[in-house]
Ligand binder design. Structure first.
Ligand code: SF4
Length: 185
């Protein structure tokens, strides 16, 4: 086996389809899903300790680049995966919501850790008891803090969602109703 084969494993799985000599055919939805799921651009919204676990997830040992997500973006308009990591104070809520609203469709959200998912141990007047009170969440990662393996598991779950999402979902009644629940136009 050459060095090149060792360091460049195939990471993108072929979607369902029909294959034969010299051709492969699949649906348009699945081809787009394959591209999207392997090129997610995360926006890390890190406010406290869970953000440190994310730094470890990005570094060489865990290497999020293996999943096509090494291109972080701190501009909402150039990212499609909002990763919220840390305690979100109620004062910070409108900022987080604005960041979410500014992201272009299609977009997904992971709540990383107990604080982002539910307020964690901070059941106090000043802490938002879960970001899903102000924006929709696709995947919750448990733990205080979650280990990088758990964050990667969350990314894999998002990839599964993204790869199987219908291209029509964002225009569907169900999705519009979800946005209305959050008073997002
Ligand atoms: S879940 Fe735990 S580790 Fe993560 S931000 Fe909250 S207190 Fe820190």
């Amino acid at each position: 086996m050459s060095d090149n084969q060792i360091i460049s494993p195939a990471i993108a799985e072929m979607p369902e389809g029909i294959t034969g000599q010299g051709f492969f055919a699949t649906s348009f939805d699945k081809a787009v899903g394959l591209a999207r799921k392997n090129s997610l651009w995360p926006l890390p919204f890190a406010t406290s300790c869970c953000g440190i676990e994310f730094m470890a997830t990005m570094a060489s040992h865990y290497d999020l680049a293996r999943f096509g997500s090494e291109r972080l973006s701190f501009s909402p308009r150039q990212s499609d995966l909002l990763m919220v990591m840390g305690t979100i104070a109620k004062k910070m809520g409108p900022v987080l919501r604005e960041v979410y609203i500014q992201m272009a469709e299609p977009k997904w959200v992971i709540a990383v850790g107990a604080c982002a998912s539910s307020g964690g141990v901070f059941d106090t007047y000043s802490v938002l008891q879960g970001i899903d009170r102000i924006i929709p969440v696709d995947v919750y990662v448990p733990g205080c803090p979650p280990r990088p393996e758990q964050i990667i598991d969350g990314i894999l779950k998002i990839q599964e969602l993204v790869g199987n999402e219908s291209l029509r979902r964002r225009n569907s009644e169900g999705y519009n109703d979800l946005m209305k629940q959050y008073h997002i136009e």
